[in-house]
Design a protein around this ligand. Structure first.
Ligand code: SAM
Length: 187
């Protein structure tokens, strides 16, 4: 692991008011511009801070996390009427527990700094994404912010882009507390 793993016994912090104020989930999802036909993998989904607002806008979300306690909390909060759009999967990433060319988008929200083997994650994304697939990444800049992992565990936007060389940057946003990158798989 490059850094620590966010502990499940602190999972309430993933959706508390201070996070909602600084990093509103609906704004992150809107910047992703999801399409209704998309099948998405939310890698390191935690308690579903992004999975839950994203699911009604797409066809299906695989909500994947290494900690069962996170998936249990997510399942508790799925609103009625989501019609099985969210499929939870317990897995340590990478590899990805998905078949070849089975997803249109992968998302990593406040997760990329926790993943050990970025080269393997990169090749797994190439395998699982369909042509023109998208990779949406949100993470912390390498400077002090009001919350987030220790500075030495963080990856800058440039380091993230370098870690996924088969993708090109479509759009990006830098905020005081986090950045968001929208990358597209090169043909
Ligand atoms: C800081 S939390 C973010 C959760 C969620 N994406 C959000 O924005 O609220 C990081 C999550 O990634 C998961 N995680 C970290 N490394 C992982 C790995 N290698 N495989 C699967 N899940 C991982 C952790 O269990 C934790 O739930």
């Amino acid at each position: 692991m490059t850094g620590h793993r966010f502990p499940a016994d602190h999972s309430k912090r993933l959706s508390d008011d201070s996070r909602r104020k600084v990093q509103p989930a609906e704004d992150i999802v809107r910047r992703m511009s999801p399409r209704p036909s998309e099948v998405v993998a939310d890698l390191g989904c935690g308690t579903g801070y992004i999975t839950i607002p994203l699911a009604p806008l797409v066809t299906k979300v695989y909500a994947i996390d290494a900690q069962q306690a996170m998936l249990d909390r997510l399942a508790e909060h799925v609103p009625d009427g989501y019609g099985g759009k969210i499929v939870t999967v317990l897995a340590e990433l990478p590899p990805l527990p998905l078949t070849d060319s089975s997803i249109d988008r992968a998302i990593l929200v406040n997760v990329v700094h926790e993943v050990d083997d970025l080269p393997l994650l990169h090749s797994e994304l190439q395998r699982c994404l369909r042509a023109g697939g998208r990779l949406s990444i949100v993470d912390f800049p390498r400077r002090e912010t009001s919350f987030g992992p220790p500075l030495e565990e963080r990856l800058s936007e440039e380091q993230v882009i370098e870690a996924f060389p088969s993708f090109h940057k479509d759009r990006g946003w830098s905020f005081s507390e986090f950045y968001q990158l929208e990358l597209i798989l090169r043909p």
